[in-house]
Design a protein. Structure first.
Length: 162
């Protein structure tokens, strides 16, 4: 088919700036493609991994065929335990928002469970966070507010379930 053209190492900073801009312009597929090019040249580039993870999760609510598995598979490649934990929370939070937005049978219960999973990750990240970094607390509060505002709750227990 086609052989992809390699990116030079010198072009990586500008490419990552462009990928970030595409995310901000709500063009996650373009950001994803750029990050994949960066990672072909520099497989351990932490910024590219994070922007790629965010670009994948940007697509959750767009109805694209993107699963959380693709984003979760990137987590072990992040060097920092804090970032692995924090971005796991981001994945669950964004999946929950997409679930809530898409609706359907059981969507509110599924969204609640995903928000709670995100909140658990953010609580763990809070304990690992660098001094002065309250991002995990801000994300936890956002999840809590969405749960309260939308009156989300756990799935009711069926008779015979514990």
């Amino acid at each position: 088919m086609f052989e992809l053209k390699p990116l030079s190492r010198e072009a990586i900073p500008a490419a990552l700036d462009k990928a970030t801009r595409y995310r901000l312009l709500n063009e996650p597929a373009e950001a994803e493609s750029i990050c994949l090019d960066v990672l072909r040249t520099d497989p351990e580039n932490q910024q590219a991994l994070i922007v790629l993870l965010l670009a994948l999760t940007d697509r959750f609510s767009k109805g694209y065929g993107v699963s959380d598995t693709q984003a979760l598979d990137l987590l072990p490649r992040l060097r920092s335990e804090y970032e692995r934990t924090y971005y796991a929370g981001i994945i669950y939070e964004r999946k929950a928002k997409a679930q809530l937005h898409q609706g359907g049978p059981g969507a509110s219960f599924n969204a609640y469970e995903l928000f709670r999973e995100a909140m658990t990750c953010f609580e763990k990240a809070e304990k690992l966070r660098p001094t002065g970094n309250d991002e995990a607390l801000l994300r936890w509060n956002t999840c809590a507010r969405i749960i309260i505002r939308n009156k989300l709750g756990p799935r009711p227990q069926e008779d015979g379930q514990l």
